[in-house]
Design a protein. Structure first.
Length: 285
């Protein structure tokens, strides 16, 4: 597999940890060390108030928080954020790195009831129904993006993403999300034990880089395309989401109503296109 000349930006090495294990093979047990994906809680505090506790892989925490706040409509530009940093003090000194404090600009109104209801629904897996799509489209209207993507370019994305997942190569236990341009060049890759966290980290990176809204870009993820991932893509104005696995029914319904393109079962030259299908250009022989 050839690596790209222009490598995508990757996350830090703190995503993995060495642990003790026993390897059993052909009836023989032997003690060994193994490398696994790190998973720790992160409390996100907004203006001194606890917003949520998410289980994540340490690293790129500010990007995770920024992406989450953008997806939930709390911020509409990086200028809405005064600062985002880990706590300097905590009741447990060893837990300071697991507390992230975000300060918003003065005068910015936060609908706490709506925000916490949305976060509860996302964390509850299955609370959401089709009626919620109307609310999503009220915050993020259907896409007006005429960009197209060549089928030949899309077919290369899973291998490019996998080649940039350093922590997955060590552990086999992390989801990946990558952002690429219309020519398939990966700009950034982020990994996390949570697939939604990986997407939030990518969106947070793009926000810091001044690339949001992400017209003309594609998001590629290592697992399935859930409804939540489709919502996050729509909020960031990403016109296409690609994955090696299937989309959910609710993700397809959202894609059809929002003119978002979903590419599922992406394996080389074979894949399915859902939603705005005209955005994928297939060369005719």
């Amino acid at each position: 597999m050839k690596r790209q000349a222009h490598a995508a930006e990757s996350g830090p090495s703190e995503a993995v940890e060495s642990v003790a294990t026993t390897r059993v093979a052909r009836g023989v047990a032997s003690p060994r060390r193994d490398v696994v994906a790190r998973e720790e809680p992160l409390e996100i505090q907004l203006d001194g108030r606890s917003l949520a506790v998410v289980m994540r892989t340490p690293g790129d925490d500010p990007e995770l928080a920024l992406g989450l706040l953008w997806s939930e409509g709390v911020i509409r530009s990086l200028a809405d954020v005064v600062s985002v940093r880990h706590a300097t003090q905590a009741r447990d000194p060893d837990g300071a790195d697991n507390i992230l404090q975000v300060r918003l600009r003065e005068g910015l109104t936060v609908d706490w009831r709506r925000l916490q209801r949305n976060l509860y629904a996302s964390a509850s897996c299955g609370v959401c129904g089709k009626a919620t799509i109307d609310g999503v489209l009220g915050d993020a209207p259907p896409l007006e993006d005429d960009s197209t993507f060549a089928a030949s370019v899309l077919g290369e994305l899973p291998e490019r993403l996998l080649a940039s997942q350093a922590a997955f190569a060590e552990t086999g236990g992390l989801h990946g999300a990558g952002l690429c341009d219309h020519e398939g060049r990966l700009l950034v890759v982020r990994e996390d034990v949570g697939r939604h966290n990986a997407v939030d980290k990518v969106v947070g990176w793009a926000l810091r880089a001044g690339k949001v809204p992400l017209a003309g870009h594609a998001l590629v993820v290592s697992g399935r395309i859930s409804y939540e991932i489709a919502v996050k893509a729509l909020a960031a104005r990403v016109p296409l989401v690609a994955a090696v696995s299937a989309p959910s029914s609710l993700a397809v319904t959202l894609a059809e109503r929002s003119r978002l393109t979903l590419v599922g079962f992406l394996r080389g030259e074979s894949f399915n296109v859902y939603g705005e299908r005209r955005r994928v250009v297939v060369a005719r022989g």
